[in-house]
Design a protein around this ligand. Structure first.
Ligand SMILES: Cc1cc2nc3c(=O)[nH]c(=O)nc-3n(C[C@H](O)[C@H](O)[C@H](O)COP(=O)(O)O)c2cc1C
Length: 129
């Protein structure tokens, strides 16, 4: 698919709450660098790791996790589709390609898991050449 990117976010991976793995969708949480964040929501994105020229397809959440935390700070969480890499301390460059939906407050983990599975399937399809 050929669309212009919506923006790029870069940051070093820091520990999150450790919940993503339990939900079945592990995420790398970014410590954000200068600049403003795009609007909260879920995006399909390409992700680069450090200076490696390879890019990885990902589903990305920008914003808080209202399902669990109420009004916590905004953050960027990256779920790589096809890699289980230890990313702590690595610097990710996240190029947002498509906005899928706004962040929602779900009535429990099961509903969030179901929606996230659908998001990942849509992101995969969007990023498939
Ligand atoms: C594709 C995707 C969609 C998500 N959508 C939402 C959402 O709509 N609402 C929400 O509260 N959290 C959402 N999240 C964030 C999860 O709540 C979060 O990844 C999980 O709680 C793990 O957080 P942790 O890494 O800090 O442990 C989403 C995460 C991903 C990867």
């Amino acid at each position: 698919m050929s669309v212009p990117p919506l923006g790029t976010i870069a940051g070093v991976v820091v520990p999150g709450d450790g919940r993503g793995r339990e939900l079945g969708f592990p995420t790398a949480n970014l410590a954000l660098e200068r600049g403003s964040l795009p609007v909260d929501g879920i995006y399909a994105a390409w992700v680069g790791i450090d200076d490696d020229p390879q890019v990885w397809a990902a589903s990305v959440s920008v914003g808080a996790n209202p399902t669990f935390d109420g009004h916590r700070e905004r953050r960027v969480e990256v779920h790589l589709h096809d890699a289980e890499l230890d990313l702590y301390g690595r610097r990710l460059t996240v190029t947002l390609m498509v906005f899928l939906r706004p962040t929602l407050c779900f009535d429990g983990a099961a509903a969030l898991i179901a929606q996230t599975a659908d998001d990942v399937a849509r992101c995969r399809a969007l990023l498939t050449p």
